[in-house]
Write a protein that binds this ligand. Structure first.
Ligand code: SIN
Length: 280
């Protein structure tokens, strides 16, 4: 289905999540009105894909800044004098992001959005990324379960997601700086107000007010429930493909099915503290 926007065309990838933005050259400067329309398209589709955007780092930064304040990340290399752009190089296998997750939910203010550009991609395919819509996942639950989840608070723990993937000393240091914290299990999206399931398999360790067995059972169920293909979209990357996703409205999964250097440039847009969804 085609949605009509003034400054570009948008082709939905699925009825639920994902859209290709067409007739838009991001290598050129654009007006605030165009970027505002892009933000609306992101709200509508949760993840936007752009093909063939061979842009300069300056233009890439302009795109990032149009979505909000950009995070400066100390862990990743960056182009000279551009600490907001992270250069992420992987070689396939278990990268740690080959698990369904929302980024950095162990922080009080998880990121609002991420922008990823493919710079070097496996020659024979592989290294796709998948996203799912956490509003669709919530809506598909039964009313009694929704009612229960609306009242629950989930615990998010950085140590859970990093153990086994990073050096134990690094995990300890990071975990000390980011102690476990709580977010509502169902949050109201800060822009749309819609309910989104806000637990994920990397960072969520359980539910605050449930006994351990019930907490584990419910979390296992939800982490399985979100995997329904109807909630998902999958992108095959090419060099200079860009994806922008709403981190709060989605989870993503980076496939590790390649043995080749994969280089991406990423920018992360700062977010706000998630608020509970209050059902009418
Ligand atoms: C991520 O989890 O931010 C990485 C996504 C990707 O590399 O495709």
């Amino acid at each position: 289905m085609k949605y009509i926007y003034e400054n570009f065309k948008v082709q939905a990838a699925t009825p639920t999540i994902g859209a290709y933005v067409q007739d838009l050259d991001l290598t050129q400067p654009h007006s605030p009105a165009l970027y505002e329309e892009l933000r609306r398209a992101l709200s509508d589709h949760k993840v936007l894909f752009f093909r063939n955007q061979n842009m300069s780092d300056d233009r890439f930064l302009e795109l990032g800044h149009s979505f909000g304040k950009l995070e400066v990340h100390e862990f990743f290399p960056c182009p000279e004098n551009k600490p907001e752009i992270q250069i992420i190089t992987t070689n396939g296998g278990r990268t740690g992001t080959d698990r369904w997750h929302t980024d950095v939910t162990f922080r009080p203010n998880p990121s609002a959005a991420s922008i990823l550009r493919a710079k070097d991609i496996p020659a024979d395919g592989g290294g796709d990324t998948m996203w799912l819509c956490t509003n669709a996942a919530y809506n598909a639950l039964s009313d009694p379960l929704k009612t229960m989840l609306n009242k629950l608070t989930a615990v998010h723990d950085m140590r859970l997601g990093m153990t086994g993937y990073l050096d134990p000393a690094v995990v300890e240091k990071n975990a000390r700086e980011n102690p476990p914290l709580e977010h509502p299990a169902v949050i109201a999206h800060p822009i749309t107000g819609k309910p989104h399931l806000f637990v994920n398999s990397i960072w969520t360790s359980g539910f605050r007010d449930l006994p351990l067995e019930e907490s584990k059972m419910l979390l296992d169920f939800l982490n399985d429930h979100i995997k329904r293909p109807e909630f998902q979209v999958r992108l095959r990357w090419d060099v200079d493909t860009i994806a922008i996703w709403d981190n709060i409205a989605t989870q993503h999964y980076a496939l590790g099915d390649y043995e080749y250097k994969r280089v991406m440039n990423r920018m992360i847009v700062d977010g706000v503290a998630p608020k509970a969804f209050l059902a009418a």
